[in-house]
Design a protein around this ligand. Structure first.
Ligand SMILES: C[S@@+](CC[C@H](N)C(=O)[O-])C[C@H]1O[C@@H](n2cnc3c(N)ncnc32)[C@H](O)[C@@H]1O
Length: 391
């Protein structure tokens, strides 16, 4: 999460300004920086990348966010009120003390031991988070399309909380998530989207800017597993960064949402329904496609400077099918995400290096950097590879 690093004496004044401008991350708290002379103020993930000039003197630091314990204390108090101390104590660690925000929705995972108390859990969450409209329980991610299996367990209906017969419009999971100043239309029950990848997308933006400096022109960007397009939201927000774009996904629902998003980000017309990958504008090719098939379309191969590979379970397996898309007449870059057991990271690095064309001289070997835990043994990692022009 982005934080503003502000000297201790200026924190109060800065907080007032950020509160007025809606720049504070809700539910997160301010904490001391390592030097103890300044404090880190959590920036709302929806805030534009360039903050108002009043804040320009303070550096922006990436740091794991810290939750505001007061809200947490509230949730436990409401749960105890609803269920009594004995039941809460007997649930132990099984209660969903953490959750994920998705615009005005909250997603929780219910352990089997406490699943029977879903109504009380939803009520306690809604009482302690007044900006939340809908609480959903999460039964995991489904199949290759990575959509979420979500069930509404409570909602706010004007000033009432309902846990049964939630009206369809209140239970809608189609929401606009604000990130880095852009609105991203998504629906986690129809297409993959993660709110936790903002830092990843900002890193991709920095790498893309480096590549643009090297090539000295806007980039031709290929995102063959684009989902609803969040990586593109960040890249398209930077003036003159994206020249041409190829954006595809296998999931028709993701493509429908992508078109809606591109229509707003690009201020251009896009089809309403999903269609097979086509040239929609002279610099925009988008639509439904199996990424592994793109290599058979002569108009698409050898054309792209930046290739994004975000299918972490299969990235390494798919690399050989994707490399023909790169424009090898000049330097290009692949930015990928991989899920791998920590004990197998070395092998995965070797597999990536073997699959890729030679790297650009003077750039580091592509190696996986651990970004976070995916399970007790698996790690979510990312890598970037600077690819040399073919001799
Ligand atoms: C982990 S999600 C990433 C989506 C998006 N890039 C993001 O960051 O939110 C992977 C996406 O790949 C799509 N997908 C899976 N297999 C595919 C294939 N063979 N060709 C194209 N897309 C595929 C899924 O539908 C899903 O939207």
């Amino acid at each position: 999460m982005r934080h503003l690093s502000v000297p201790n004496q200026q924190v109060e004044h800065t907080l007032d300004f950020m509160r007025e401008q809606n720049l504070l991350a809700p539910g997160m708290r301010v904490f001391a920086a390592e030097d103890n002379n300044s404090r880190l103020i959590p920036i709302d993930s929806g805030a534009a990348l360039v903050l108002p000039t009043e804040l320009a003197d303070y550096p922006i630091i990436e740091h794991e966010g810290r939750t505001d314990e007061r809200i947490d204390t509230d949730w436990w108090a409401h749960l105890r009120n609803l269920l009594g101390d004995e039941i809460v104590e007997s649930g132990g660690e099984a209660w969903p003390s953490s959750h994920e925000f998705f615009a005005d929705m909250m997603i929780v995972r219910l352990e089997e031991e406490v699943a029977q108390y879903s109504s009380e859990i939803a009520t306690a969450k809604l009482l302690s988070h007044p900006h939340i409209r809908l609480v959903l329980s999460d039964a995991g991610v489904l199949g290759e399309l990575r959509i979420r299996d979500l069930t509404p367990i409570g909602a706010r209906l004007e000033d009432k909380i309902v846990v049964e017969q939630i009206p369809e419009d209140v239970a809608s999971t189609r929401v606009l998530v604000k990130e880095s100043g852009r609105s991203i239309l998504c629906d986690p029950t129809r297409a993959y989207f993660s709110t936790k990848l903002q830092s990843e997308r900002l890193e991709t933006l920095e790498l893309a800017k480096e590549l643009r400096s090297l090539l000295d022109r806007p980039l031709r960007v290929c995102d063959p597993f684009c989902g609803v397009g969040p990586a593109l939201a960040t890249l398209l927000g930077e003036p003159d960064l994206v020249g041409e774009l190829l954006a595809t996904d296998l999931n028709p629902d993701a493509v429908e949402l992508l078109f809606d998003n591109l229509r707003r980000w690009d201020r251009k017309e896009y089809p309403v329904g999903p269609n097979p990958v086509t040239n929609i504008h002279h610099d925009r090719i988008a639509g439904l496609a199996d990424a592994t098939e793109l290599q058979h379309n002569p108009e698409l191969i050898g054309s792209w400077d930046l290739l994004l590979v975000n299918l972490p379970h299969r990235t390494i397996e798919f690399l050989p099918a994707l490399i023909p898309l790169l424009d090898r007449t000049n330097t290009s870059m692949i930015r990928g995400r991989v899920i791998v057991a920590e004990s197998e990271i070395e092998d995965a690095n070797e597999a990536i290096q073997n699959a890729l064309p030679p790297r650009l001289q003077g750039t580091p070997e592509p190696t996986l950097k651990i970004k976070r835990d995916y399970s007790s043994t698996l790690r979510l990692c990312s890598f970037e590879a600077w690819i040399a022009p073919a001799p």
